[in-house]
Design a binder for this molecule. Structure first.
Ligand SMILES: Cc1cc2nc3c(=O)[nH]c(=O)nc-3n(C[C@H](O)[C@H](O)[C@H](O)COP(=O)(O)OP(=O)(O)OC[C@H]3O[C@@H](n4cnc5c(N)ncnc54)[C@H](O)[C@@H]3O)c2cc1C
Length: 405
């Protein structure tokens, strides 16, 4: 099956327009700020991302396929793929394309769209789709990760408010500040599992909310937070879908994966591989170019294979989103898992090839501005982010077993 994306003459014209706009707003000759690890507010990197995100948002290109009435671009799936693909080609994408198309839109926005009241959609979606507000995802708890239905945080109705008690972990690993918390909590402790959970959009400043740092190994960005909710009174206007949907959140918690949105970031080649290839072609060890060493060659062939599988799975996801065709059902999970596997393969290979210089970000000795060092942490940090490898495999197996039912 051919998953490659080809421009029609009309799309080629649109691509030219997009490139011209990006040349003005996200130029190719952009100098990456000094510290590629850091996304703390007011760091140069953070400010650059924010400016670019706002510009994309004002144009409707942060949420290209979404209806214009909610702040989206009203574009076709093909046009959206062009916008994302072109953004992903910019040197800026080294920050991570996800920084420009945040999960506040691709996950939380989708959930609000699915079960929010019309008033909530009008209130929350435009600033979300324009990149003006960011939410932290408050799903995981100290005793509950993969099994999300086991959350213990409660939100008990008291008139037109919900009183929230509990704790959440891992918030803010991508952005160090936020306006809202996407909170899932048990609203009816007596109801059956999966039929007892509500989804809230909680303003971070409400009385009774506190947080402590959660130091962690990270491939980039910041550490996260643990948050505590101590009798926090949340007005019903922040319960997505209102009282009627107080126990209905489960059906939208996985909605984002079913909402067709292209993600052309997948088709972009990892710059670290280019850095390493260039390095081994120029660098000698024991009088021999590294590129001639059979062990180095084997390690690089392995990373090439994994990167190509990653790209092909990504293209398949875009094809599914663009054609609306559903394959077996495990494809998105398979693509996510392959991303984790690729990162791990790269980290191991680069450490073998480059030696200690791959493991440090010291300005004098680190290679490629310390980028390889944070690549090394990525597989550790990302192994369980969002979903673990074991659970990914289990989901894929379940889908595969359904075939032929
Ligand atoms: C970098 C990073 C960022 C994150 N950001 C956020 C965030 O912003 N918001 C948020 O809410 N959460 C966040 N998380 C949490 C993440 O979603 C959880 O780590 C993930 O859901 C797994 O949960 P857990 O860590 O509790 O592991 P557990 O679910 O306790 O799993 C522990 C081990 O048991 C295995 N396991 C679990 N269930 C099964 C099963 N049924 N069958 C076989 N094996 C199983 C797992 O594969 C794993 O090896 C983040 C995590 C990381 C690492």
């Amino acid at each position: 099956m051919d998953f490659e994306f080809r421009d029609t003459p009309k799309l080629a014209k649109f691509r030219k327009e997009v490139r011209a706009w990006l040349d003005l707003n996200m130029p190719m000759d952009f100098e990456i700020p000094d510290n590629p690890h850091d996304v703390l507010p007011h760091s140069a990197k953070y400010e650059f991302i924010l400016k670019a995100r706002h510009a994309l948002g004002a144009k409707g290109w942060l949420a290209p396929t979404w209806p214009k009435e909610y702040g989206g671009g009203g574009l076709s799936m093909e046009e959206a793929a062009i916008v994302e693909g072109e953004v992903a080609q910019r040197p800026w994408s080294r920050f991570g394309v996800g920084d420009f198309f945040p999960s506040t839109i691709t996950q939380f926005g989708v959930q609000i769209y699915a079960i929010g009241t019309e008033e909530q959609k009008k209130r929350f979606l435009p600033p979300i789709l324009k990149g003006e507000i960011i939410r932290w995802n408050g799903s995981t708890e100290p005793d509950c990760g993969s099994d999300l239905a086991a959350v213990k945080t409660t939100a008990i109705r008291d008139g037109d408010e919900y009183v929230v008690n509990g704790t959440k972990v891992w918030l803010g690993t991508q952005y160090d500040n936020a306006d809202y918390i996407q909170l899932i909590a048990v609203t009816d402790p007596k109801a059956a599992r999966h039929h007892n959970i509500g989804l809230f959009c909680v303003p971070v400043g409400l009385p009774g909310i506190s947080k402590v740092r959660l130091p962690m190994i990270r491939n980039c960005h910041t550490s996260g937070w643990q948050m505590f909710f101590d009798n926090v009174r949340v007005p019903v206007e922040y319960l997505i879908g209102g009282h009627e949907n107080a126990t209905n959140a489960w059906r939208v918690l996985s909605t984002a994966t079913r909402f067709p949105q292209p993600n052309m970031g997948w088709s972009v080649r990892d710059r670290n591989q280019e850095f390493v290839l260039d390095y081994v072609r120029k660098t000698k060890r024991d009088g021999q170019l590294l590129s001639q060493d059979p062990d180095v060659r084997e390690a690089l062939v392995e990373t090439e294979i994994q990167l190509e599988i990653n790209r092909l799975f990504g293209m398949r996801q875009n094809w599914i989103a663009m054609t609306g065709k559903r394959l077996v059902g495990y494809e998105a999970t398979q693509a996510t898992l392959q991303g984790k596997v690729t990162t791990a393969t790269q980290a191991e290979a680069y450490a073998d090839i480059l030696g200690p210089a791959a493991l440090i970000k010291d300005p004098e000795w680190a290679l490629f501005d310390g980028n390889i060092e944070y690549k090394h942490f990525a597989p550790v940090a990302m192994a369980s982010a969002g979903i673990t490898q074991e659970v990914s495999k289990m989901i894929m197996t379940r889908w595969a077993c359904r075939v032929g039912d």
